[in-house]
Design a protein around this ligand. Structure first.
Ligand code: MG
Length: 244
C-alpha cells in the first residue's frame, strides 16, 4: 500500500496523463489531414436501419433483433443480414423514406464540415448504414460521394430487395478501421481523426490517429468511458478549430 503522498503523486500523474491525452487528441484534431465521421446517431440524429424498419412496418421486430445482436456474439454481417431479411425493403420504399422522412442532421454538423473544408481538411463519412441514405446526407454537407463508405443494398430489376453487397469493408466487424487504413494508404494521410458515438467507431482507432466520442444524440457509457475526448455538441469541435 502506498503512503498518502506517494498515492497523491500517483493520482496526479495519472490525471496529468489523462489531460495530456485530451490535449493530444485536440492537437491531432486541429492538424488532421482528414476527419472521418460515423453517420447514424452522429452526423444524423437517428439510426438509419431503425427508421427504414419503422417505415416498412417492422420496427419492433428489428429493434428486438438489434438488442439480441448487441448482447450476443453475432458478427456485424450476420446481424445486418438478419435484420435486412426482416425488412426486405424495395427500392421504392427506400426512395420514399428519403423523400418523406429525410435524415435529420445533428445541429452544428453543417457548420463544422464547412469549416473543415475551408481549412482544406478532407471529410469522409464511414457508416455501417446504407449508401443510398448516406449519399443523401453527404450531398447536404457538400461531401463528395467518393468520400462515402457504406453498405450497398441490392435490388432486382423490378425493384424488389435482393440482399446487400457483402464485399464492402463496412459490412464486416472492424470494417471502419479497414476503411481508415485504406484512406491512409490511398491519400497518404498522416493524421486521421474518427468521430462517432459507437463501439465500432472507437475500435477504428488505431488505425485512426485519434478518436473523439460524440454523445449529442445518444450516450453510450462504454464509449464515453474509453474516449480521451468526449463531446456532446459539435460546437465544441468548432471552438477547437477557432483556436488556430
Ligand atoms: Mg453511430
Amino acid at each position: 500500500m502506498l503512503k498518502r503522498p506517494a498515492r497523491l503523486c500517483l493520482i496526479n500523474s495519472l490525471l496529468i496523463r489523462m489531460m495530456t491525452t485530451i490535449q493530444e487528441t485536440k492537437e491531432l484534431f486541429r492538424r488532421a489531414d482528414a476527419v472521418c465521421f460515423d453517420v447514424d446517431s452522429t452526423v444524423i440524429k437517428e439510426e438509419g436501419i431503425d427508421e427504414l424498419a419503422k417505415f416498412c412496418g417492422v420496427g419492433d421486430a428489428v429493434r428486438e433483433m438489434t438488442c439480441k445482436a448487441m448482447g450476443g456474439s453475432m458478427t456485424f454481417k450476420k446481424a445486418l443480414t438478419e435484420r435486412l431479411s426482416i425488412i426486405r425493403c424495395s427500392r421504392e420504399q427506400v426512395n420514399k423514406l428519403i423523400t418523406d422522412h429525410p435524415p435529420q442532421l445533428t445541429p452544428g454538423i453543417k457548420e463544422l464540415v464547412d469549416r473543415l473544408h475551408e481549412r482544406n481538411i478532407k471529410v469522409f463519412l464511414i457508416s455501417g448504414g446504407f449508401r443510398c441514405i448516406v449519399e443523401h446526407v453527404a450531398s447536404q454537407l457538400n461531401i463528395p460521394l467518393h468520400h462515402v463508405y457504406a453498405n450497398r443494398l441490392k435490388f432486382y430489376f423490378n425493384g424488389e430487395y435482393a440482399g446487400f453487397d457483402e464485399t464492402q469493408p463496412t459490412a464486416e466487424s472492424g470494417g471502419k478501421g479497414r476503411v481508415i487504413s485504406m484512406l491512409k494508404e490511398e491519400y497518404g494521410f498522416k493524421t486521421v481523426v474518427m468521430v462517432g458515438d459507437g463501439a465500432t467507431d472507437l475500435e477504428a482507432c488505431p488505425p485512426a490517429s485519434a478518436f473523439i466520442g460524440f454523445g449529442g444524440n445518444v450516450v453510450r457509457a462504454q464509449v464515453k468511458e474509453r474516449s480521451s475526448w468526449y463531446v456532446t455538441s459539435f460546437d465544441e469541435l468548432l471552438k477547437e478549430l477557432e483556436k488556430i
